[in-house]
Ligand binder design. Structure first.
Ligand SMILES: Cc1cc2nc3c(=O)[nH]c(=O)nc-3n(C[C@H](O)[C@H](O)[C@H](O)COP(=O)(O)O)c2cc1C
Length: 463
């Protein structure tokens, strides 16, 4: 029985009440504020809706966008969302999470430029004016690098999940210093190409997020909050200096990591105090303690960050936290909580960060896709209450790229186009049936192209 079986707003409101989440999840009666223009830094964009970074695992083997990547961004460009957050792009070839992840280097820069120019052109053709904000997510995948994991410290549960032995070497301070250069170099390239902003990615337990939780690491990148945030701080300062403050800097930030979960959906054993997660209550890591994320967000705006995209969880160890779902991914588990509890957790964390940074930065909210046709009404309520500035969708972006156009045209989202949160997109990313141990990903229920890839891989029978 799926969790989501609400045919009307009244039904989902009743469920929210039954779960005791009425304080966290509210719905407006119609969408209005989200469709108004908004200023982000010095830029004015035409609405407060957007697309989260969504990898398609479809780059070329040397990290350039492919025809499928172009197709995805063309759909976003004509879909109406004003914020287009280009997907995870590695700053070095070794930092890629999969063999088809994009990678920005001198050699691939021209291909990114062409992709970006296409997005701006298509948007202008469809909407008459170009009033969007396009940014690129810069990443190093850390322990999730597909060639060779790079770990900042030993995390017992995450090491176990990935089969990392206790004597596996930890990246040194010198190597981290050098890696800063790669982020700065990639940011300058992105600026040259014409991106409006770069995202220094600190989420989903990739390297910079792992560093935020490096409480057990020795040396200048571990221990105190000041040390754990050093890498991102120095990178941001250097990008600011080397672009004369002209490139907007954003960050996608995990406000809460949570503990790792096993294949049955139970938290893996953890020590107390729990020293392996950012934003976690050390005595009960299943609960958030947002004091450090709030403190860091306040510092980020002092450093000049103008856009903070709040997210959480680890897609490999706690997928239900990051993307509340109805049906688990093939490497996942049945949700250990009602997905609306997960949505409420996202809204709570985003509101706390928004409250901390005030008008100094625009805050983007995550975790909306589970709400299907009601997501924009929840976003509108959050926006009206000042709990978020921009509402973006992740899975909803690939299921329903033209969701903003429909909102403009029909005043609501169409039930037969929304994301179903059934994790087929993740199944494609992680399938062992493909020679590359992954397939290009997109929305299986809503996009025939991916339904066909899914069928051809024989996944229909398994999932
Ligand atoms: C197929 C797929 C690709 C994703 N790619 C990225 C990515 O490149 N960068 C990132 O920060 N998050 C990525 N995410 C996470 C989403 O951006 C988003 O945080 C998550 O799906 C929850 O939002 P939603 O409820 O709107 O889907 C990805 C998620 C999926 C399912």
């Amino acid at each position: 029985m799926p969790f989501f079986r609400y045919r009307s707003l009244d039904e989902i409101v009743a469920e929210v009440e039954r779960l005791g989440l009425s304080e966290q999840i509210k719905f407006a009666d119609k969408v209005n504020e989200l469709l108004k223009p908004l200023k982000v830094g010095e830029r004015k964009i035409w609405n407060s809706l957007g697309y989260h970074p969504m990898e398609g695992c479809d780059g070329t083997s040397d990290g350039r966008p492919s025809a499928l990547t172009w197709r995805r961004y063309e759909r976003f460009a004509s879909g109406g969302g004003a914020l287009i957050w280009f997907e995870a792009t590695a700053v070095t070839p070794e930092g890629r999470a999969n063999p088809r992840q994009l990678c920005l280097t001198d050699e691939t820069a021209k291909d990114f430029e062409a992709l970006l120019n296409m997005v701006r052109k298509v948007h202008k053709e469809v909407f008459g004016e170009e009033r969007i904000l396009c940014g690129l997510q810069l990443t190093h995948s850390g322990r999730y690098c597909f060639e060779k994991p790079v770990i900042a410290y030993h995390d017992p549960a995450l090491d176990k999940k990935r089969g990392i032995p206790p004597d596996y070497p930890v990246i040194s301070d010198d190597e981290l210093d050098r890696l800063q250069d790669a982020f700065v170099q990639a940011a300058k390239l992105a600026w040259k190409i014409g991106f409006d902003f770069v995202d220094i990615k600190q989420c989903h337990r990739y390297l910079l997020n792992e560093l935020l939780a490096a409480k057990t690491r020795k040396g200048k990148y571990g221990g105190s909050l000041e040390n754990r945030t050093r890498f991102a701080r120095e990178v941001i300062q250097r990008i600011r200096d080397e672009t004369d403050g002209k490139l907007m800097i954003a960050t996608r930030l995990n406000a809460y990591d949570g503990p790792a979960f096993d294949s049955t959906g139970k938290p893996m054993e953890y020590p107390r105090p729990f020293l392996y997660g950012f934003g976690c209550d050390e005595n009960d890591p299943l609960a958030m303690d947002l004091s450090e994320p709030v403190q860091w967000a306040k510092e980020l705006v002092q450093l000049g960050v103008k856009l903070i995209n709040v997210t959480m969880g680890n897609p490999y160890a706690s997928p239900h936290i990051g993307r509340p779902f109805d049906k688990p991914p093939i490497d996942g588990y049945e949700p250990p909580e009602h997905p609306l509890v997960g949505v409420a957790r996202h809204f709570t964390a985003t509101a706390a960060i928004k409250q901390a940074v005030g008008s100094q930065a625009a805050v983007v909210g995550t975790g909306y896709s589970f709400l299907r046709q009601f997501l924009a009404l929840a976003g509108e309520a959050n926006k009206r209450a000042g709990l978020v500035d921009i509402v973006a969708v992740g899975r909803g972006a690939i299921a329903y790229p033209d969701y903003v156009r429909d909102l403009l045209q029909h005043g609501q989202l169409l039930v037969n186009k929304v994301c179903l949160a059934v994790s087929f997109c993740t199944a494609l990313m992680r399938t062992k049936e493909h020679p590359l141990k992954q397939a290009p990903t997109g929305c299986v229920p809503r996009d025939p192209l991916y339904a066909e890839i899914y069928r051809r891989l024989g996944l229909t029978k398994r999932h």
